[in-house]
Design a protein around this ligand. Structure first.
Ligand code: 5AD
Ligand code: SF4
Length: 476
């Protein structure tokens, strides 16, 4: 029997100078493995961010290489996978709740294999709990060894023991993984993995390892291939995309990468997530000069208080953030900017919170994801003294949400009677004469048009602005 390999925070924190190799033959699937899933169905639930969504697209393709078929009903599945997120406590709770449901299902149907993967699998305490208390979970693997799924599944099925393989060290970049994309017109393209910023509240640098940029030739090849397949939009993905290339000596910068991707001629380019620290004027310049780089920016501010930003280890001040914000808006006037904000960070006083409200007032964000601070095991912030009550944190979140929401409508109103470009993605479930899609600034539009427009970028005249979406008609 194979010995379980479990994660270690100590190892995950270490950043080494070791060269990251690019491997193009690591993923292998031999004849035996390719038939393991014959007549079997899998069901996968993806929690969390786009990185996980993109990982699930690879997991699905690997399972289909093994002859498993996807199904949409958990009760029909032989294989259930949870691709998990560790960013906040409630993401955890959702997964443990779902595991409870699966346990019940397993009691009525014996041949179900349960797999837990993703960021929670990289957490020491989670894996210990699964090993000691949830022995019926069949397989646990992490974010660094997705390529090994065929072998791990085969061991799980053949040995009938719990198999755990979670690597703490990120290892190399694997370039021959397959993908089964969820969307026919928009695609996620990884440009880097991991994160070296170590913001004090964040678990990501531990669960996803050190920053590793993908080589530009593989990124461009993937984009060109997507164009051939009819894709209209790519989103370049990374935890901190603006630091692209910084982990390789004398390499392309994010600005240069954007420029090269723009040259491929793909119609729309987006990128997430930006850390304000690494956002350069050169990037703003490249974006303003290329019509196919969308004027949309996700620029997490986290807090408006300099004291809290320092405690968070964010490396910018309220003033320098506002300066960047204004430089973007001045050069790209139609830019839409969204953000992430955490309330109730340890030590956040009423005064600090007012600074956050103030920066929101100043930036009038097009969208904001707001969260109550959630202590994550082993992070520096989890050891900081926190004397703000949960009631107070909830009150602040409510107040912040009210302010944030008030700007959505104000920003949408500015588009009334204007003509915008919309990539039509699908048809409304409620009304067959209405299609939906997104503007270049990433706003949701319901357009009165036939389904023949799906997959096309069309000119739409906005007829009504609501808080969360816009209505429009084709501009003749
Ligand atoms: N508590 C609350 N929110 C968090 N985020 C990251 N870590 C935490 C945490 N421990 C938020 C940040 C980040 C977004 C993806 O999730 O705002 O930008
Ligand atoms: Fe987490 Fe900060 Fe890295 Fe974002 S930049 S993933 S918040 S450590």
């Amino acid at each position: 029997m194979k010995k379980n390999i479990k994660p270690s925070y100590e190892k995950a924190r270490r950043r080494t100078k070791e060269e990251v190799k690019v491997l193009t033959d690591k993923y292998i699937i031999d004849n035996n493995l390719s038939k393991l899933g014959l007549n079997k169905k899998y069901f996968i639930i993806t929690y969390g961010c786009q990185a996980n969504v993109r990982d699930s697209e690879t997991i699905k393709a690997i399972l289909e290489d093994m002859s498993f078929k996807e199904c949409n009903d958990m009760e029909q599945a032989n294989l259930i996978l949870l691709n998990t997120c560790a960013i906040r406590e409630n993401a955890h709770n959702k997964v443990f709740g779902m595991l409870g449901r699966i346990k019940h299902l397993k009691e009525t149907k014996e041949d179900i294999i349960t797999v837990l993967c993703g960021c929670m699998a990289q957490e020491e305490s989670v894996v210990n709990e699964i090993e000691n208390k949830l022995k019926w979970v069949d397989l646990v693997f992490g974010t660094h060894n997705i390529y090994n799924l065929p072998k791990l599944l085969s061991e799980t099925i053949n040995e009938k023991n719990q198999v755990i393989e979670v690597l703490s060290k990120e290892g190399d970049i694997i370039e021959n993984l397959p993908v089964k994309r969820d969307n026919k017109y928009k695609a996620f393209v990884n440009i880097m993995y991991g994160c070296d910023k170590f913001c004090t509240y964040c678990i990501v640098p531990y669960t996803r390892g050190k920053q590793r940029s993908r080589k530009i030739e593989y990124i461009l090849e993937e984009v060109k291939d997507l164009i051939k397949q009819g894709y209209k939009e790519v989103t370049l993905l990374g935890q901190n995309v603006n630091a692209y290339g910084k982990d390789i000596d004398n390499y392309y910068s994010m600005a240069e990468l954007l420029n090269e991707v723009a040259k491929t001629g793909i119609e729309r380019i987006r990128f997430v997530t930006s850390h304000p620290w690494d956002f350069t004027d050169e990037m703003i310049d490249v974006i303003s000069k290329n019509d196919n780089i969308m004027p949309y920016f996700h620029l997490p501010v986290q807090s408006g208080s300099n004291k809290i930003l320092k405690l968070m280890g964010r490396r910018y001040t309220k003033e320098s953030y506002l300066d960047l914000f204004n430089r973007i808006k001045n050069k790209i006037p139609n830019a839409s900017i969204t953000t992430d904000i955490i309330v109730g960070f340890p030590g956040e006083t009423e005064e600090d919170f007012k600074e956050t409200l103030d920066i929101v007032e100043k930036c009038k964000y097009d969208g904001a994801y707001t969260f109550i601070y959630s202590p994550r095991e082993n992070t520096p912030a989890s050891k900081m003294e926190d004397n703000v009550t949960i009631e107070e944190k909830e009150k602040r979140l409510k107040q912040l949400n009210e302010l944030v929401n008030s700007f959505y409508k104000e920003n949408n109103d500015k588009l009334l009677n204007k003509v915008v470009k919309v990539l039509v993605e699908g048809i409304s479930e409620k009304d067959n004469n209405i299609c939906c899609g997104y503007t270049d600034t990433n706003k949701l539009v319901n357009v009165k048009c036939s389904k023949d427009n799906i997959g096309k970028i069309i000119d739409v005249k906005i007829t009504e602005a609501k808080t969360w979406s816009l209505d429009g008609v084709i501009n003749e």
